[in-house]
Ligand binder design. Structure first.
Ligand SMILES: Nc1ncnc2c1ncn2[C@@H]1O[C@H](COP(=O)(O)OP(=O)(O)OP(=O)(O)O)[C@@H](O)[C@H]1O
Ligand SMILES: [Mg+2]
Length: 112
């Protein structure tokens, strides 16, 4: 299994969520986060305002899927979150050792 962690522009969340629903993922966790990338110290525009600080608001998505679904998740996020401007975000793909579905005790891909 893989965990796909994507840090994206907040206004893209609904579009990305809808696109991911269409490729039938089973779950997702999102958090409001702040971060910076390569342009740290430079300005980035968020909701029409230029951010002076190093930290710009972003949304982090976490999605655990079977190995053979990970590439489709990544491709879908890239396609829908991209504006072509700086700060579009980044995607990290991590190995997942195990998953437990608390209600049933199922583990592994059955628990996803
Ligand atoms: N190396 C990293 N490690 C952890 N988080 C990162 C890293 N790079 C970027 N991020 C997170 O992703 C967000 C968006 O990064 P961003 O898209 O600005 O990356 P970038 O490499 O500067 O690309 P771009 O040149 O397109 O802006 C950051 O605000 C931060 O939260
Ligand atoms: Mg950047």
């Amino acid at each position: 299994m893989k965990e796909v962690v994507a840090v994206i522009k907040p206004f893209k969340v609904d579009e990305v969520k809808d696109a991911l629903s269409k490729i039938s993922i089973n779950g997702m966790t999102i958090s409001e986060v702040k971060g910076f990338g390569r342009q740290k110290g430079h300005k980035e525009v968020y909701r029409g305002a230029e951010y002076q600080t190093d930290f710009v608001p972003k949304v982090e998505l976490k999605i655990c899927v079977a190995d053979d679904q990970a590439q489709a998740v990544v491709d879908t996020i890239v396609k829908t979150a991209k504006t072509g401007k700086i700060g579009d975000g980044k995607i990290f793909v991590l190995p997942v050792e195990n998953v437990v579905r608390i209600r049933t005790g199922e583990t592994g891909t059955e628990a996803l």
